[in-house]
Design a protein around this ligand. Sequence first.
Ligand code: FES
Length: 111
Amino acid sequence: MPVVTFRAAGADNCVRVADLPYVYVRTGAGGAVLPASCPHRGGPLNLAEVDPAGRRLVCPWHERGTSLARLRRQVPAVRSADTVTAVLPGPADAPVELCHLPLSPALDAGT
Ligand code: FES
C-alpha cells in the first residue's frame, strides 16, 4: 500500500495510484482523503455535492449517492498544516503521480 504525502489544496491536491485519483476534501463532517472516481461508472466525485443529511456524496454524472463513511474507511489519512499523508489502496510499488483536480464548493478544503 503506497504511503503518499501531498497538498491538501491547490496544485498537486490529487494523487493517482495506478491511475486511480484520490483527493483531500472537507465536508461538514471534517476532512478526509477520498477516491475521486465514482464507484458506479467512474464519474468525478471531486465535483460531487453533499446530500442534505451530510451522509452521501452525490455524483454529478448520474446523481447516485455514495456513503461518505464508506469512502472515508477506504483511505486512512492524517492532515498536518497544508499537507496530508494517506495510506492508499494498491501494491506498494504501484505507480504514483501527483496532479491537480478541481473540487466542488461542497468539498473544497480551501487554502
Ligand atoms: S458515474 Fe457516478 S453515478 Fe454514475
